[in-house]
Design a protein around this ligand. Structure first.
Ligand code: NAD
Ligand code: DAU
Length: 353
């Protein structure tokens, strides 16, 4: 893992991953971040690595097949870490086509480029030989498994049963990755992670949205009865899991990543309010999300046993640190909410870029 293509690196998890890799892996020679800078991409998340000579930013679309091939030609990557996606369930209910286009076709564009550039006998259509050490990692989600009842866990062999256009598009992408592994022998991995929290998360997602509203004494919109359960993991623990798979994973395998920290949405909201010293009167129950998955819980035994990974953050301590980060960075949230962060790109690369 010396020359990485990271897609979607200006988003929440991708930007945390880039910072984590450049800080912890000095043998990485090059890391190219390909990001379209949709509403969810923010270059401000990457200011800490801006001066690192190993880091290159390219604004572009993963669906632009010519661009992706040109990047492979120019930089000879040995590793692809694919984060770029439309990632918000509520938006997928409003605009499903965009999710299929970005999440499915975007994945296929990357898979095709990786297969064609990494094959050692490109003229031989039956050859399954690739350059040594190359790997394509698909960053997927536990949502592809659908919803659980009050007991049980998702394992890597649970059937895929997605319930939203978002999770269906991620499941479609996972199936393509699997098929490129099976049909072409491409060295692939898929990780399926539970809900992440931590710094730089866009305030449309539960934790930063509730935090932001509470700080402004605005109502906290809890969907339905608020007793839906998610399994929370600190984003840094997710980054460590991705590195474990890249460095020690068995190619062709799927690895679940979970925090073992199941909480109801109401528990999260109440904890946030108490950490901020705000009243629970701010909680408002609003109509439920259509097709709302009741419970997610991930069995990560395979990742723990085979690759020696374990989360380092307890949920309560991780959430406290996250609240502290948002309180220390009010300007970041303000610029995101006002859309001002888009002006940063224009300032940096010019108004026509
Ligand atoms: P995010 O929405 O914060 O970031 C997505 C990034 O992708 C943005 O920077 C955006 O500009 C970029 N992007 C979107 N369309 C693009 C395109 N066509 N070409 C290039 N770049 C494009 O997402 P996130 O929360 O950081 O999630 C990252 C990945 O991890 C996603 O694939 C998501 O499905 C997966 N995931 C997220 C979570 C979570 O809790 N957030 C959990 C498990 C898995
Ligand atoms: O499980 C992994 C997934 O986690 C990722 O694949 C997705 O990219 C990521 O967005 C996240 O999906 P969720 O739908 O679980 O996250 P979200 O933050 O949107 O919602 C978390 C829970 O909180 C969910 O049960 C819906 C509820 N919720 C959310 C919002 C935004 C509310 O009650 N009110 C809200 O305003």
């Amino acid at each position: 893992m010396k020359r990485l293509l990271v897609t979607g690196g200006a988003g929440f998890i991708g930007s945390n991953f880039i910072q984590y890799v450049l800080k912890n892996r000095q043998d990485v020679e090059l890391l190219v971040n390909l990001d379209l800078l949709t509403y969810a991409g923010n270059l401000e998340n990457l200011l800490p690595v801006q001066g690192d000579r190993r880091y290159v930013f390219v604004r572009g679309d993963i669906r632009d097949r010519a661009l992706v091939r040109e990047l492979f030609d120019r930089w000879t990557f040995d590793t692809v870490v694919h984060f770029a996606a439309e990632s918000h369930v509520d938006r997928s209910l409003l605009e499903p086509e965009l999710f299929v286009s970005t999440n499915v076709l975007g994945t296929q564009s990357l898979l095709d480029a990786a297969r064609d550039h990494w094959k050692t006998e490109p003229g031989n259509k039956y050859s399954r030989a690739y350059r040594p050490g190359v790997v394509y990692l698909q960053v997927s989600t536990d949502e592809v498994y659908g919803a659980l009842g009050p007991t049980g866990f998702f394992t890597e062999t649970s059937p895929l049963s997605p319930n939203s256009p978002y999770s269906a598009s991620k499941a479609g992408a996972d199936m393509l990755v699997r098929a490129y592994g099976q049909s072409y022998g491409l060295p692939v991995n898929i990780t399926r992670c539970s809900n992440n929290y931590g710094p730089y998360q866009f305030p449309e997602k539960l934790i930063p949205l509730m935090l932001h509203n509470a700080l402004e004494d605005r109502p906290l919109p809890v969907y339905g009865d608020g007793r839906q359960i998610r399994d929370w993991l600190h984003v840094e623990d997710h980054c460590a899991a991705l590195l474990a798979v890249l460095e020690r994973g068995q190619r062709g395998e799927v690895y679940n990543v979970g925090g073992g920290s199941e909480r109801t949405n109401l528990q999260i909201v109440r904890l946030l309010l108490s950490q901020l010293g705000k009243s629970e009167d701010l909680i408002r129950h609003v109509p439920d999300r259509p097709g709302h998955d009741r419970r997610y819980a991930v069995d990560s035994d395979k990742l723990r046993a085979e690759l020696g990974w374990a989360p380092r953050h307890s949920f309560e301590q991780g959430l406290e640190e996250t609240v502290a980060w948002y309180l220390a960075n009010p300007g970041w949230v303000e610029r995101v909410v006002s859309g001002d962060y888009l002006a940063y790109y224009a300032k940096m690369y010019g108004p026509d870029a």
